[in-house]
Write a protein that binds this ligand. Structure first.
Ligand code: ADP
Ligand code: MG
Length: 261
C-alpha cells in the first residue's frame, strides 16, 4: 500500500464496507461544453456485484459520463460518489487511490506499443503495488493472462496481436490491480461480431471470477444482452429509461425501441 493509499484508508474518506450501499452514485449531474448540454440532471446508481449497461447513441455523452466517474472531468453541478469518495473533491493523491480501485477500459485500449504484454501489465502494478516482490508480480501477470485466455502472449508486442486479443490484454491490465469496479467504454466497438461476443462473454466470466461491479457503455445490443443485469438509456442528457434487457425490449417508447431494431 502506498503512503497515499494508507493516508486515505486512515482518513476513512472512502471504503464502503456496507454491501447494501451502492458503489457508485451519480446524482443530478450536469455537464456542458459551451452551448452543448451533454448531461442534464443525469442520475444512476451501481450496486455491488452488478453489471449496469449505459446505452446511448454516438455523441450521447457516454464517455463523458465515464470520465466524470473516474475524475478525469468535473461536473458543472451534481454529485458523484464512488466507493464512498466524493470524486470531484478528490485531490491528486485521492484520485490516484480511486483509480487503483476502479479499473477503466478505454475504447482505444491505450496499450503501450513499445512495451511487451508483460511490461504493459507490470506498469500499473509498479505504480500501485510497489510492495510486491518480482515473483509475486510475475505470478499475478501469468494468472491474469490465463484468466483472459492469453498466457502465451506475455512476451509479444501489442502490434503482434489481433483487435480482440488487444482488448483482452487491456482487460488483463485493469485486472492486475484487482479492482472493485471496472468501467468499460464500448468494449466491443470495432471488433467483428464473433470476437465481440467472445469479449462480452469474457466480461461476464471476469465479473464472476473477480467479483467486480461494472458499468459498461455500449450500443452493441448483443454485448448488452450478454452482459447487462440492468440497463440505463442515456438520451438527451438524461437517464431516459431503465430496466432489464427484456423489460426495455418490450418498451413502447419509440426512442427506446430504436435500440432494439
Ligand atoms: N473535452 C471536450 N470538449 C468539448 N466537447 C466535448 C468534450 N468531450 C466530449 N465533448 C462533446 O460531448 C458530447 C458527448 O461526447 P462523448 O461522451 O464522447 O459521446 P459518446 O456517447 O459517443 O461517448 C459530444 O457532443 C462531444 O463532442
Ligand atoms: Mg464514447
Amino acid at each position: 500500500m502506498s503512503t497515499a493509499e494508507q493516508a486515505y484508508k486512515n482518513d476513512n474518506t472512502g471504503g464502503i464496507a456496507d454491501a447494501t450501499k451502492p458503489v457508485i452514485v451519480v446524482s443530478h449531474v450536469n455537464k456542458r461544453f459551451g452551448k452543448n448540454k451533454v448531461l442534464n440532471d443525469f442520475n444512476i446508481e451501481l450496486n455491488k456485484g452488478e453489471t449496469l449497461v449505459v446505452l446511448g447513441r454516438s455523441g450521447a455523452g457516454k464517455s463523458v459520463l465515464i470520465k466524470l466517474i473516474i475524475g478525469l472531468m468535473e461536473p458543472d453541478a451534481g454529485a458523484i460518489n464512488v466507493l464512498g469518495y466524493d470524486v470531484p473533491a478528490l485531490d491528486h493523491d485521492g484520485l490516484d487511490v480511486l483509480r487503483s480501485r476502479v479499473g477503466f477500459l478505454f475504447q482505444s485500449n491505450a496499450l503501450y506499443d513499445s512495451m511487451t504484454v508483460r511490461e504493459n501489465l507490470e506498469f500499473p502494478m509498479r505504480r500501485h503495488m510497489s510492495q510486491l516482490s518480482p515473483e509475486e508480480v510475475e505470478k499475478t501477470i501469468m494468472e491474469v493472462l490465463t484468466n483472459v485466455g492469453l498466457p502465451h502472449t506475455v512476451d509479444m508486442l501489442p502490434s503482434e496481436l489481433s483487435g480482440g486479443m488487444q482488448k483482452r490484454i487491456a482487460l488483463a491490465r485493469t485486472l492486475v490491480l484487482k479492482p472493485e469496479i471496472i468501467l468499460y467504454d464500448e468494449p466491443t466497438t470495432g471488433l467483428d461480431p464473433i470476437t465481440g461476443k467472445e469479449i462480452s462473454e469474457l466480461i461476464v466470466e471476469v465479473q464472476k471470477k473477480y467479483n467486480t461491479s461494472s458499468i459498461i457503455i455500449s450500443h452493441d445490443m448483443k454485448c448488452v444482452e450478454i452482459t447487462a443485469d440492468r440497463i440505463a438509456v442515456l438520451i438527451e442528457g438524461r437517464n431516459y429509461a431503465s430496466g432489464t434487457f427484456d423489460e426495455l425490449k418490450q418498451s413502447n417508447d419509440s426512442k427506446v425501441k430504436a435500440f432494439f431494431e
